[in-house]
Design a protein around this ligand. Sequence first.
Ligand SMILES: Cc1cc2nc3c(=O)[nH]c(=O)nc-3n(C[C@H](O)[C@H](O)[C@H](O)COP(=O)(O)OP(=O)(O)OC[C@H]3O[C@@H](n4cnc5c(N)ncnc54)[C@H](O)[C@@H]3O)c2cc1C
Length: 680
Amino acid sequence: MAEKKKIIIIGGGFAGVKCAKTLRDKLKKDDADVILFNSENYMVFQPLLAEVVGASISPEPVAVPLRQMLPGVYCRTEDVVNINLDNKSVEYFSGDGHKGQMYFDHLVIASGSAVNLGQIPGMADHAFPLKTVGDAVALRYHVMEQLENAEICDDPELRKWYLSFVIVGGGFSGVEVAGEINDLVHDTHKFYRNIKHDEITVTLIHSRDQILPEVSSKLRDFARKKMEEAGINVVLNRRVSYVTQEGVGFEGNTTVDGATIVCTVGNTTAPVINRLEVPKERGRIITEPDMRVSGYDNIWAIGDCANIINDYDKNPSPPTGQFAERQGRQAAQNIVRVLKGDETKPFGFKPLGQLCAIGGHNAVAEFLGVHISGFIAWFLWRSVYLFKLPTFSHKVKVGFDWAWEIFYSRDLAHPKSDETERISKAHFQPGDYVFRQGDPSTNFYIIEAGEVEVVRETDKNSEETILAILGPGDFFGEIALLDNRNRTSSIRARSNLEVTIIGKKVFEQISGTLRPFRQFLADAVQRRSGSMWQKLPIVYSILRREPLSVFLKRVEIKLDPADSFEYAVKTISEKELDFCCVIDEANKLKGVLTRTDIFRAVESATEPHTKVSEFMNNEPIMVTVDDSSPIVAATMRDHNLKWVPVVDNIDNMYVKGYVRRDEMINYVLNELHGKEDESL
Ligand SMILES: Cc1cc2nc3c(=O)[nH]c(=O)nc-3n(C[C@H](O)[C@H](O)[C@H](O)COP(=O)(O)OP(=O)(O)OC[C@H]3O[C@@H](n4cnc5c(N)ncnc54)[C@H](O)[C@@H]3O)c2cc1C
């Protein structure tokens, strides 16, 4: 090996670390530089993350510092953002915020997998993932916070909700975290005066007919039985279709409620891999048998981000630490072979077995063909992972934590880091409450999509009046925040709802420093304080008598979303319309088009053949046939609308017609006039 080579590894997980270590062992310093890029300066020992959640071990031992583990390897805590296959270089974001570029002779891609919570509506907003040390710590503190909330809660229903924990996904990580949370809450509830054993529910939801698809059916059955005996509710053959603040929902609108949702499903590959144009199988890079990326001599892919056929059984390698580590070692050996001019070898590995802790000092294990379950398997599980931890000091730390747990209870402190409030998003299903009348005020909300109704409970029998309907672009929650009092009304979603949430502190900072925003809020408070009907009681009594059908007009002229701009202009101008509903073939409302929308489209030089769907207002305020006439009148007033479309309900969006403001006004005036005549 004449000239010094540069070998770059992207990712410091199981695969990347093993590869770097083996390369450093096999190659002299003068032969090659080994450079390892990783987003953090430590490797995450993911198999022990569930133990961190359950407070069985402290978080530090699962984060193993790369520098100390890999002497002789140039470790760089940076994100690789681009891989240029043709000019053999990687681009990275350096610590000071600048982009840098580095050339390589060999590149090993070992960037693992990433969490994708975006596949299920609401999951990203309301569920906890479990991938990083930060995830595990946040989840552990959240669980402890729920115990504290339950302890001081007088409402039995709410207390049960605080004490309900829902885990989505019955693979290894889902089963382990369900077992750990169950152990944590049941072992420690004795320290809480008001929490009863039977108020706690831990639910594990899995979409197939058995949990742990990776192990034999006998062990799976054992695992499920033991978990059920420990009080875990195992729900099989159900696929979560949405998540809200209240809990998870399935098709058909059945739900499992809980204040804690953990998501262990939905893996994807890192963004740098998504951008890479190489053959992939379900996002994972397809490799040759020796782990080289198909078509390249010097690019290798290993670990969870790669689709590698195991020469031992000709099956694709599973995404596990065990395989990632073996691939790391064998890829390094192949690189050394290439550098020496020798033949590479295909990846081949006979799996040693499977181990999974299921809580309550139980585990299931398949080890060298032998099936073991119960306490012995659990002991084996702990011994294996203690042995697998990469450094001696980390073995001691974990061993100490485990020994501590034998003599003392799990630690219930959840130190608050007082992190700065952030702006977040949330998803709600139709009928969900964003908050209820009387709740303390903590946030300000802006609607991104969907509609809400402002509901006031008028007496002790909880009779309710709908005060207003709010839609995209509207906001709520400001009155209670500005006046520092509890919520004066409830907010309920009328449709699938997406909101941006601004915490109290951030809200106060913005409203305190930004004068136009302050003025805007003051106007809104003025407009909203007190129902308009308090000032117009006669008008209210007239409108309340009449169902909305009295004012409902049929849509005579409509546009289709696929109609052209040219056709829309012609229709609106020839028929002298000030608006037109855009309705599809199934009679569903897709949007509305006003003259203002047309002018805007003209200003932006819209082509004559552009489809109506591209420039219409596709999130119009709408009401339903079941809404009362006063609420429809108030909605038009609040949004300064001359008319509003009426649909069957917000979910199906079947068009029933529209209501015009001037016709309502005329009706009221006629009635008032009639009353004056009668009184004469
Ligand atoms: C909760 C949980 C429990 C598990 N339990 C087990 C178990 O019991 N047994 C088992 O065998 N397996 C288990 N696994 C799976 C196992 O952890 C993974 O298969 C293994 O970590 C994969 O190793 P890897 O090196 O491919 O990726 P990872 O270990 O995920 O490492 C990838 C690294 O690359 C870094 N990275 C990504 N993109 C970039 C970039 N662009 N620039 C720089 N760095 C980047 C990441 O930050 C990360 O550090 C578990 C996984 C989880 C989440």
